[in-house]
Design a protein around this ligand. Structure first.
Ligand code: SAH
Length: 213
């Protein structure tokens, strides 16, 4: 058996060696990664390796993303404590928990009901901020709670997320892996009717599932 203390040490190492050392410097983001027990979001058999520098399968051909990938995207999104954040692809719920410690409210959409059920169970057992979830096709966004200050997509979208950009508030930011040509993490920023986009990094994500599943 590995003790809670063992996990806390692994978590601190993850933050120092995988995040801070690679340029993640936002102290609020680093603090959130220190607080969220990543080992709860992976298969029990993974145990202490949950803090390793990699992704893990979570079932249904999906994965919990590598810590650095999540930190890079969340830091680039620049989430502040007043923000309402929409997340597409709850998956394990790990990134949802991180976001909830940084934002005012998190709205998270997952396409696969069994994954969401599991994530809800884990999230219910730890300290998080305000989180609301639903099973749906995230590409359509969540119109009844729009607009959102920040939107983050955790699965590769085939093209620019037009529907989601419609639900982005003025001054808002959206980050998504887009597989249009080569797969790239793209940061969209909205000022009035103008949307600018910036390619941040090459990447590799599981593909977004189509609406019908
Ligand atoms: N950040 C999550 C990543 C999970 S992988 C984590 O670290 O655990 C991407 C997730 O997006 C998967 O759970 C997948 O089921 C979900 N997904 C794929 N297509 C989707 C869609 N159209 N709408 C909502 N979620 C989707």
């Amino acid at each position: 058996m590995e003790s809670g203390n063992h996990y806390a040490i692994a978590r601190r190492r993850m933050v120092t060696e995988q995040l801070r050392a690679r340029g993640i410097s936002d102290e609020r983001v680093l603090k959130a990664f220190l607080a969220v027990p990543r080992h709860r979001f992976v298969d029990a058999a993974v145990g202490g390796r949950a803090y390793d520098d990699c992704s893990f399968p979570i079932g249904y051909d999906q994965t919990i993303s590598q810590p650095y990938t999540i930190a890079f995207m969340v830091a680039s999104l620049d989430v502040n404590p007043l923000n309402r954040v929409l997340e597409i692809g709850t998956g394990s719920g790990y990134q949802t928990a991180i976001l909830s410690l940084l934002a005012r409210d998190v709205f998270s959409i997952e396409r696969l009901a069994p994954l969401l059920k599991k994530a809800e169970g884990v999230l219910g057992g730890i300290r998080t901020g305000s989180i609301r979830v639903k099973v749906a096709d995230g590409a359509l966004g969540w119109a009844s709670y729009a607009p959102f200050d920040r939107i983050i997509v955790s699965a590769a979208m085939p093209e620019r997320p037009l529907k989601l950009l419609e639900q982005l508030a003025d001054g808002g930011r959206l980050i998504a892996p887009i597989s249009e040509s080569a797969e790239c993490i793209i940061l969209f920023a909205r000022q009035g009717e103008i949307v600018t986009e910036r390619r941040l990094a090459r990447c590799s994500f599981v593909p977004l599932l189509k609406g019908e599943g």
